[in-house]
Design a protein around this ligand. Structure first.
Ligand code: DQA
Length: 144
């Protein structure tokens, strides 16, 4: 019943980085909030962050190999560039939910395309840290 929560580049700086866009909540605080919610929902989370594209690919493969219930993936900027992530999501049967704090669709044009979204079972974006919670609840409810 473990849900992998995978976070991509620059999200280690959450809380400090462009707070007017991403807010002041840190990734550790999001992890704590998600752990509490997961417990209530009868799930467990495995929260990780990397600045390296290939690491995200490896972790997606691992989610499948370990029988994870689902993956919440905030691939950050790789969302908009990575065919490798698109292929990895297609290569596994574990459902992947695309997550973003901000709403990339109302930001710069180069954020409008999402390779992750092309293969993800669902996308939750624009709700700040609550995007992660909403995605977790979609797993718990069986929607994903
Ligand atoms: C982000 C949106 C991406 O466009 C951006 O590159 C990020 C964060 C978000 O959570 O809002 O780094 O994924």
């Amino acid at each position: 019943n473990t849900v992998y929560v995978l976070n991509g580049p620059n999200l280690n700086l959450l809380g400090l980085r462009e707070p007017e866009i991403y807010g002041r909540v840190t990734l550790d605080e999001i992890a704590g909030m998600l752990e509490d919610r997961a417990l209530e929902l009868g799930l467990a989370i495995d929260m990780r962050q990397t600045n390296h594209e290939g690491m995200l690919v490896d972790w997606l493969h691992e989610a499948q190999a370990e029988g994870a219930r689902a993956v919440l993936l905030n691939a950050a900027a790789y969302t908009h560039t990575s065919i490798a992530l698109l292929d990895a999501i297609k290569a596994i049967t574990t459902p992947v939910i695309e997550v973003h704090l901000s709403d990339p669709k109302v930001r710069e044009d180069f954020r409008h395309a999402s390779y992750v979204g092309m293969a993800a079972a669902k996308t939750v974006e624009g709700h700040g840290p609550d995007s992660y919670r909403i995605a977790l609840e979609a797993v718990a409810s069986g929607e994903v």
